[in-house]
Write a protein that binds this ligand. Structure first.
Ligand code: CMX
Length: 137
């Protein structure tokens, strides 16, 4: 199999209060979240909405040193990251690292919604936090 970026998997939105944000996004998208999940490795509670083949992930911090708590303190609520589905996350991490991008993880970690994930630092990607995701199946 040739490794590839396949599609945008989800867009992550940092929120202060997951319950209020679920109500807001239910109104905007005219649908209900299909999953709420606590992700201990990232110190977040997530809530997912389906939008066609894509997803919106709402993220609330569960501790003050969570990436989401720091982001909201500095920049306020709003778009936090774009996640791409890749077919071979280890291959893409190696390729991007060799190309000079700053990876925040040495190995893929287990993230939300049954995915292996890894992040690229926004300082090396022109200001956008990028998440790579590969389905665990
Ligand atoms: N998008 C764009 N820029 C961001 C950013 C984001 N999401 N988060 C931080 N930054 C910016 C900061 O504003 C700062 O910019 P300036 O230097 O211009 O002020 C810069 O990046 C570095 O910030 P920092 O204070 O040095 O570092 P932080 O402690 O804020 O950490 C980051 C930034 C990206 C390393 C950290 O958020 C991280 O490790 N992220 C990966 C994990 C993650 O985001 N988990 C939550 C999502 C989990 C999930 O999807 O389930």
């Amino acid at each position: 199999m040739i490794s590839a970026f396949e599609r945008i998997e989800h867009i992550g939105i940092a929120v202060s209060d997951i319950a209020s944000a679920e109500i807001l996004y239910s109104k905007i998208l005219n649908s209900k979240p299909y999953k709420r999940e606590q992700v201990y490795s990232q110190a977040v509670i997530t809530s997912f909405f389906k939008v066609g083949d894509n997803k919106i992930e709402l993220l609330q911090a569960t501790s003050s040193d969570s990436a989401i708590a720091k982001y909201i303190a500095k920049r306020g609520e709003g778009m936090h990251h774009i996640a791409y589905l890749v077919s071979d996350i280890s291959h893409e991490m190696k390729r991007l690292s060799e190309a000079g991008f700053l990876l925040l993880d040495n190995e893929p970690i287990v993230g939300a919604d049954n995915m292996l994930v890894a992040f690229l630092h926004p300082k090396s990607t022109g200001g956008t936090l990028i998440e790579l995701c590969q389905s665990i199946d």
